[in-house]
Design a protein around this ligand. Structure first.
Ligand code: SAH
Ligand code: SF4
Ligand code: F3S
Length: 448
């Protein structure tokens, strides 16, 4: 049965839930904090919860370390380069501390949940280390009343003006050979449906027009016979615009794919990580599906939403990957004609099965395979994007006008669009697509 968070009481959260608009402005002499986020959307969302605590404690948020009394690094552990980056930041913070600028450093997130954090704490004299399950303990550290244990998704954030994340599950029950996420995020916990719907309703009531449902295997969500598709359908009835990430092919039901096509409020954009096109590699990786099954899912999606966008994650150079396996991946990339992809070079993570598997792929081979996959993805994406030229699109403004006058929007098919408009975030403009690159569409100036 489902691992749910056992009907968490709406935990007494001694934090305000006021929206970002009322954030305190910086007053001279106020305590200052800088929050740096690494990693995936789960971390972006957790940083927002951290931000709520820090602001409630009377800190003003500042963009740079130099101005900050307190620095919080919300970290990622998924690949070795993520850890190297954090080490770079910790080195700089040590210097700033020596110069008497930064006073306290806290490390949260996925490195905080890993063994390696003990060593980092000692080496860099970090004041507080928290994992992903005990984020609520930050309250006391920043000077708020001690908080009772709270499931992280129940902590309020500051988001909610135009678009907001809503966490529906945490952790992951898979054991992919290469992946450290289950170690640092724990096993799957599904957030109760009432709690999710309550949050969505509250956000929409307060003017949020775009909801993204979040989870490491978001489509694995379930509760008492309800499955992800049922939840998605209910949220799609409430929210004016909705998307979800990240999905696992083994959990992705055809009815969910059809629902994406049917429901007007769901953005027709699917992120479905495949990792490899070779059945042999998929077995070694313990992904639980074959390439053919993945292809069939994509057919259902393309049929349900012919102009929708499809993205994926691919790992090249996993131990044991042969030239034939790589060819299979290239073939799958060609067949699925992805609109975009995150391509990663395998990074051995201590404690994962793949770190101990023989058959390391030489670095130069990994690099070549990486570029081959990347190029094929870009070619396909460019071809698909060019088909949008001449189409009039309703564009949701995600990021308002930059100094050069261009705003960044998103179509209902999930394409990113550059459009010259002063329309505020959360509003729509209608404009014709006039050109396309591999990653973005460009629109004619809309009539105002
Ligand atoms: N839960 C998601 C992805 C989580 S991590 C899923 O199952 O799809 C995001 C991506 O990082 C993965 O999809 C994978 O492509 C990549 N990744 C994870 N561990 C990795 C490793 N050790 N080396 C290289 N890439 C990795
Ligand atoms: Fe990692 Fe696999 Fe879980 Fe995704 S499904 S988080 S890749 S173990
Ligand atoms: Fe990184 Fe943790 Fe996300 S390891 S990818 S921040 S779940």
């Amino acid at each position: 049965m489902s691992d749910t968070s056992k009907g968490q009481p709406a935990a007494m959260v001694p934090l305000s839930t006021k929206p970002a608009k009322t954030r305190p402005v910086r007053t001279p002499g106020a305590k200052t904090a800088c929050i740096r986020t690494f990693g995936c959307q789960m971390n972006v969302h957790d940083s927002d919860r951290i931000r709520r605590m820090v602001l409630d404690a009377g800190y003003a948020e500042v963009p740079s370390y130099e101005e900050a009394d307190l620095v919080i690094l919300n970290t990622c552990y998924v690949r070795e380069n993520a850890v190297d980056r954090v080490r770079g930041h910790l080195g700089e913070l040590t210097r700033l501390r020596r110069e008497g600028r930064v006073k306290k450093v806290a490390l949260t997130g996925c490195i905080g949940a890993a063994q390696e954090s003990t060593e980092l704490q000692r080496q860099y004299g970090i004041d507080l280390v928290l994992g992903t399950h005990n984020t609520y303990e930050l309250a006391e550290f920043v000077g708020l009343p001690t908080m009772e244990e709270t499931y992280t998704p129940d902590l309020p954030g500051t988001q909610g003006d135009n678009s907001a994340f809503v966490t529906i599950m945490t952790g992951c029950n898979y054991q992919c050979s290469y992946c450290i996420v289950p170690t640092v995020r724990g096993r799957m916990v599904c957030r109760p449906v009432e709690s999710i719907l309550e949050e969505v309703e509250r956000l929409v009531r307060n003017g949020t027009s775009y909801i993204t449902l979040l989870g490491q295997t978001v489509d694995a969500w379930r509760e008492n016979g309800l499955k992800f598709c049922d939840l998605l359908e209910r949220v799609a009835e409430i929210a004016p615009r909705i998307w979800f990430t990240t999905s696992h092919p083994s959990n992705m039901e055809d009815r969910t794919l059809r629902l994406i096509g049917e429901k007007e409020t769901i953005v027709k954009r699917l992120h479905l990580p495949v990792q490899s096109g070779s059945d042999r590699m998929l077995r070694i990786m313990h992904r639980g599906y074959k390439a053919e099954r993945y292809r069939r899912k994509i057919e259902v999606f393309r049929d349900a939403a012919p102009d929708g966008t499809l993205s994926t994650d691919i790992i090249v150079g996993h131990p044991g990957e042969t030239e034939e396996d790589h060819e299979e991946t290239l073939k799958l990339v060609e067949d699925c004609s992805f609109d975009s992809a995150y391509v990663f070079k395998f990074s051995p993570r201590k404690g994962t099965e793949a770190a101990g598997i023989p058959g390391r792929v030489p670095e130069d081979v990994v690099q070549r395979r990486f570029l081959q996959v990347l190029r094929k993805i870009e070619q396909n994406a460019f071809t698909r994007n060019r088909r949008r030229i001449g189409v009039h699109e309703d564009i949701y403004i995600r990021h308002g006008q930059r100094p050069d006058g261009v705003a960044i929007g998103e179509t209902w098919n999930g394409h990113a669009v550059h459009v010259r408009t002063g329309a505020p975030e959360g509003h729509y403009v209608t404009a014709e697509i006039t050109s396309a690159g591999p990653h973005v569409l460009y629109a004619r100036d809309p009539k105002t």
